[in-house]
Design a binder for this molecule. Sequence first.
Ligand SMILES: [Zn+2]
Length: 252
Amino acid sequence: MIIKARALVVKEYIVGESDKYVTLFTKEYGKIQALAPKAKKVDKGFASATQLFVYGDFILTSFKDTYRMVNAEIIEMFHGIRNDLDRLSYASYMMEFVQYVTEPMLPQPELLRLVLFSLQALARDGVNYRLIRRIFELRALGELGFRPQLIACTECGELLKNGEEENYYFSSEAGGLICSSCKSYYKDFITISYSTRFTMQYILGSPMKQLYHFTVTHVIQKQLDAVCDNYVPYYVDRSFKTLEFIEGLDVL
Ligand SMILES: [Zn+2]
C-alpha cells in the first residue's frame, strides 16, 4: 500500500552503510517509523529531507507494520535552530518529548501544530527559550488531555476568587488548583500568583498563533518552572536525556 503523509522528522538514525531510519510524527497517522534507503548518501535525494526537524510531504510504501520511504518533499527545514546550540537543545528536547507521547495510528494534529509553532518560535531572534519550553510543555499536556483545572478548586469545586492580591495553590496530584481550605490534603502544592495563574490560562486557551508573543517577569518564569517541573513528570512518566543538557544551560 502507498500512503502519503505530511510529517515532521522527530528522530533519525543511521543503519548500516547508507540507510537511515526516521521516526515521523505524521498529521494523518500519528507516529510512523520508516526506512529511508540510501538516505545517508547526499546524491540520492533523501539526505536533507530525512534530517531531524524537517517538515514535509512524504510518500511511503507500507507492508504490515513496516514503512519504506519512496519520496520526500521539504516544506520547512527550520534552518534557524540548526546552528545554535541552545536552540538545538530545546528543539531536540521537544522532539524527544513528542516521540515519547505520540503513538502509531493515533493522529494528534493539534499537537503537531503546536510543535511546528514552537520550532518557529525557537528559530526567532531575541526569544526566551526557557519560556518557550514551558509554554510548549503546558500546552502539550493540555492537548494530550491533561489540562489542569484553573478556575475552581479541584477538591471541593468552589470557584476561586479573582484578584491580583490572591495566591493560588497548584497541585499536580490534584490536577490543578486547590483552595486554601483544601490545600492541607495535598503535600505537593506550589503557591502561585494571580499573574502566573493568568499566564497559565493564556497558554492553555489562546490561539496557537498567539502563543509565543508575550514575555513574563522573572517571578512568573520561576513559578512556571516550578509548576512544570512538577506537573510534566507527574503525567509524562519519563526522564528525557535531552533535558539534562538544557538544565545545565539554564544554570549558566
Ligand atoms: Zn477546595
